[in-house]
Write a protein that binds this ligand. Sequence first.
Ligand code: CTP
Ligand code: MG
Length: 233
Amino acid sequence: MTAQLNPRGDVAVLVPAAGAGVRLGPGAPKALRPLAGEPLLVHAVRRIAAAPSVHTVVVAAPAADVDSVQAMLAPVAPVIVVPGGAERQASVAAALAAVPAGPEIVLVHDAARALTPPALIESVAAAVRSGHDAVIPVLPVVDTIKEVGAGELVLATADRSALRAVQTPQGFRRAVLTAAHATAGDPLTDDAGLVEKQGVPVVCVPGSEYALKVTRPFDLALAEHLLSAGQAG
Ligand code: CTP
Ligand code: MG
């Protein structure tokens, strides 16, 4: 069985989906929890598959759910499913190891960002294709951010104009991401962080509010509302 989407595409999308979803509260692993009647992961993969540059999708699923995730996604898109790891970084590394020869652009995209528009996936891929080694979608920060220490005492106030909230998909030239993961140390919460440590320049492109990460119950409610209001594609 071939797991290719578009054989002429130049993009592999890695989908870390093996997290528990502790902040969402008790229940199934987050990627498998329902949003408007379908698992978050189904929403995410459907939008990835709608991006025309995508050649291959590799999902890192909870180890106990690899077979059920494969069956669940079969009607949505051809995907490769591998067992994820204990940390997000290990799940991404497992997915990266399963990418077949061919795609030279690799995107890493959280299953939890289930409503991400295909156009954002394309714009990150296009920025890598145009010559950037590492690309992240960002939004301006709306709240003032303070650094806080022991006893909840404020230590410092950041200059908000220089801050960005970082989303996924994060895009990389394949060799750059492979090299970063080969030398990875302590787990980080995003892949651009690994690449930064290698001294590779990381460039920002505009993100999308629809690429919000479903993290807490409020986010799930917001995503449900956006879908039912017909505001998310
Ligand atoms: N992820 C993963 N493997 C892990 C941890 C996280 O593949 N060991 C994935 C999640 O499934 C999610 C993405 O990484 O799609 C972003 O992580 P996060 O939003 O933190 O999800 P969870 O770890 O599931 O949530 P929580 O931290 O609340 O438990
Ligand atoms: Mg987590």
